[in-house]
Design a binder for this molecule. Sequence first.
Ligand code: GLN
Length: 490
Amino acid sequence: MQIHELSAQELSQKIQSKEVSAAEVAKHFLERAQNLNFKLNAFISFNEEVLKEAEKIDLQIARGNKIGPLAGVPLGVKDMFCTQGIRTTAGSRILENFVPPYDSTVVRKLKEAGAIVLGKLNQDEFAMGSSGETSYFGVCKNPWDLSKTPGGSSGGSAAAQAAGLAALCLGTDTGGSIRQPASFCGVYGIKPTYGRVSRYGIVSYASSLDQAGPVTRTVSDAALALEVISGKDALDMTSSDQSVPEFHKNLNPSLHGKRIAVLKEYENSDGLTPDIVNAYEKAIEFLRGEGATVEQISCPHAIHGVSVYYLVATSEASSNLSRYDGVKYGHRAQFENISSTSLKDFYSSTRGEGFGPEVKRRIMLGTYCLASGYYEAYYKKASQVRRIIRDEFLVALQGFDALVSPVTSTTAFDIGKKISDPVKMYMNDIFTVCTNLAGLPGASVPVGKDRAGLPIGIQVQSLPFCEQSVLDVSYALELAFKNSVGAPHV
Ligand code: GLN
C-alpha cells in the first residue's frame, strides 16, 4: 500500500513508530499534490514551511516527547479557515492576498494534535455554490472523472481526499458543503451539530448555519478528527459547552435494536435518479438485515427547506460580507479605476472588482430580504418557517438513532451544466439544507456507484449532539459498502 492510501491514523502510527518519518510523508504528499494539482486544481496555496514543520515532529518523536494522535498527518484545509502566515482567500479575489496573522481554532487544535498544514483547498467563492465553479481560482475537477464537478462548496477538500493529495481534510458546511462533495467524490464527510465546533477564524458566510467538519477516507479518521476539533471555545460565543465524547474510541457498528427513520418528504422527490434510489434502498435493506427497525417519519415543512435556506443564508451573507470594503484589508480598487473621489464609488469599485457574480447575486438578494418594507415578508417569514422546520425535526426524531436519506438527487454532474441556471444549482441542496436549518449533525457515507462509475453517498443525520449515533451508523455502512466504492485512479 502506498503512503497516500493509508488512513490518517495508520499514517500517524507509522510515523510515531518511526517506520517512516514525518518528513518523508510530508515530501510524498507535497510532491503528489503539486504534480496532480495541474489536473485537479484542488489546492489554491501550499504551505512553504511544511517540510520544516514535519522535521520538528520527527525531532519530537526522536526525543520521546509526548505527541498528539495526528502526529505528522498532512492536512488539507479549505480556504475558509484562517491559517497563520498562509494566505486565506475563501476562493475570492477580494481576499486574494490576505495572509491572516492567526490560526482559526479548528486549525490550531489540529496542529496541537500533531497535524501539519499541507496547503489550502479550492472552494466556491465564500462557500457559495454546489460545484466549485464559483471559485475565483478556477474550477476543481472530480478525480473520478475530470469532466465532472467535485461538488461544492468544499470541492477541493473532497477531491484532495479522494485522490490522496492529503491524509486529512477540513471543510465547512452551511447548507450541504461537506456532505454533497463527499458524496460526489466517494469520501466520508460529517457536519457536526451547530455549536459543536468553534467558528472562530473561519470566514463567515451565514453565521447561524456555518459549521466546520472533517472530510476523510474513513469514518474512524473523522471520529478522531471531530473529537480533536470539538468543544467550547471562549472565542466563539455560539460554541457549546456540551462535553465531547470519545467519538473514536466509542465507535460501534452494531445495528441491532437501532431505530432508523426515513423521511416521507425526501422519498419520491423529483429528479432522484434510479441509481441513487437503488443505492439508498440497498442501504436501507442492509440496515434492516442487521437488526435495525426502519420507520417513516414526516416533517411537512421540510419541502420549504431550500426556499428558507436561500433567504436566511443570503441575508446573513449580505451582512457578513459588508466588512469587505477595501479599507481594512482585502482587495482595494486602484485609484485610476474609481470613477470619482467619493467613498461610495471607492466601495463600489472595490466590491465590484473583488466579488464574483454568484456572490454579488447573493448580496443583492440578501440585502433585499433585509430591507425595510421587505424584511417582514422575507427574512422574518423565512426565520419563522425555519423554526417550524427545526421543531418538526426535533420532535419527529425523538427516540430514533438516526435519519437516513439520499444526499443528492444525482451523482457528480458535468462542469458547466448548471452554472448558468442558479435555481437548478440551488436544487442540489434539497436533502442537505434542513440539517443546517435545524442545527443537526449529518454525514455522507459512500455506499456505491452509479452505472457510469461515479460514487454515491448516503446521508445519516441525528438529533443535536448525537454525532456518536451518526458516526456509528456511518461506520456500519462503511464496513458493509466500502469495497463497492474504492478510490479513483488519477
Ligand atoms: N450549496 C449551498 C450554497 O450554495 C451550500 C453551501 C455551503 O454549505 N457552504 O449555499
